[in-house]
Design a protein around this ligand. Structure first.
Ligand code: SAH
Length: 386
């Protein structure tokens, strides 16, 4: 194995439980090639662990293990088996879930999602990309899936100088998969859907949010209808808004499939739509806000916070007395404290007194590694107006 020497700052970072080492903290990369598993040593040559090396990304090394061992079939089988075992314990009422959540399963840059008999995977760094055939072989051995699709059409691969194309690794991945989730039968667009097809991370929040649903519901950024479909049976009507027509088509198909007829799907910009609702003096008893990540990096955090605040303010203005607001952020850079604060401030401006019913996060099959804060990205607050 090639050896990469890192400085004291990198050593401190690993010592604090993180798995990443930045390019600026690499002292000598030796002969390390793109995507190789390398020995990581400190300035004095002491062994720190084995990591995947990237020749392109600012994240130059991602730690795979702190033990001296080969990164081979046995390694991947062991890690994948542990990850799958964990999901058996935490996933209920769904045949779709995340089997591998990258760093949080000690498999940095690897995503494996299950949709019934089909798997959708993402290799997000050079190391995992290079190990793709090995990993696909292990997944076949452990799960005997009908197909495996690599959804490699994801922007972060650009940082690794990797191609952005989906790739069938096993079997014939269908255009759509049918899954069962919380008692609903849902079609998922495996080839073009966002993420790997669905927002599996909201699975538990759908149920939690639906418990508070009643009267007139509004689901903003509905995508394929996740929150709206879960709430429909408890609401008189639900209006569900998204800017993506293809996503709404699947949403409407899913409503028909489950004999749900009280959702109206609206293709619109959610900000403008909210303005229109306020002008028409409409009110709602249950509102969900689940926008895309506004803060992609720390650099645009301030603008992102303004966006979230504006949305929450507009939603609170049309929330009926006693109504419930479910508000989410999937930006890692926006902390739960940030979100609580901006909603509090939006509430004051909107003249609403708010009580926190629940403070939630991503579903348990998307675990959070305590010492890698980046693995905690989703925040979901459920609030009620008094
Ligand atoms: N709530 C969904 C996930 C939402 S993801 C679920 O649980 O499945 C974010 C969605 O916001 C995407 O579907 C995207 O099409 C939509 N979107 C992005 N910008 C928008 C805008 N300005 N107005 C309305 N929808 C928008």
């Amino acid at each position: 194995m090639n050896q990469v020497r890192v400085n004291r700052r990198a050593e401190g970072r690993l010592g604090a439980g993180h798995l990443w080492i930045y390019a600026s903290d690499v002292v000598d990369a030796g002969q390390a090639g793109p995507g190789e598993a390398v020995r990581v040593v400190n300035e004095k040559g002491r062994f720190l662990g084995i990591a995947h090396y990237s020749s392109a990304s600012q994240i130059r090394l991602r730690l795979l293990t702190r033990e001296e061992r080969p990164i081979d079939r046995a390694f991947f089988l062991e890690r994948l088996r542990a990850a799958i075992e964990f999901r058996r314990a935490v996933v209920a009422d769904s045949d779709a879930c995340r089997l591998v959540h990258a760093e949080a399963d000690l498999l940095p840059a690897l995503i494996v999602d299950q949709y019934g008999a089909h798997l959708a995977v993402q290799f997000l760094d050079q190391g995992m990309d290079r190990a793709a055939p090995l990993i696909a072989g292990c997944l076949c051995e452990l799960l005997s899936p009908a197909s495996i699709l690599a959804r490699n059409d994801v922007a972060v691969r650009r940082l690794e100088e990797l191609p952005l194309e989906p790739l069938a690794l096993h079997g014939e991945p269908p255009a759509q998969a049918e899954i069962r989730m919380n008692g609903l039968a849902l079609a998922v667009d495996l080839q073009r859907g966002q993420k790997t097809g669905a927002f599996l991370d909201q699975r538990e929040n759908y149920v939690a949010a639906a418990r508070w649903a009643r009267g007139r519901g509004l689901d903003l950024f509905t995508c394929q209808g996740g929150f709206a479909l879960h709430a429909a049976r408890r609401c008189e009507t639900v209006e569900a808004v998204d800017s993506s027509a293809p996503a709404l088509e699947i949403a409407a198909e899913n409503a028909r499939r489950n004999r749900i007829a009280n959702i109206v799907w609206r293709e619109a910009n959610a900000f403008d739509y909210l303005t229109g609702l306020a002008a028409a003096r409409r009110q709602f008893d249950w509102i969900v806000i689940d926008p895309p990540a506004f803060a992609k990096s720390r650099a645009n955090l301030e603008a992102a916070m303004r966006g979230y605040r504006d949305l929450n303010y507009k939603a609170l203005k049309i929330l009926a007395p006693g109504g419930v607001l479910v508000t989410c952020s999937c930006s890692h850079h926006v902390s739960e404290a940030d979100l609580l604060q901006l909603v509090a401030s939006a509430g004051l401006d909107a003249g609403r007194t708010l009580r926190v019913l629940e403070r939630r996060t991503q579903a348990a099959d998307h675990p959070i590694l305590l010492t890698v804060p980046e693995t905690h990205y989703l925040k979901c607050l459920i609030l009620q107006t008094l």
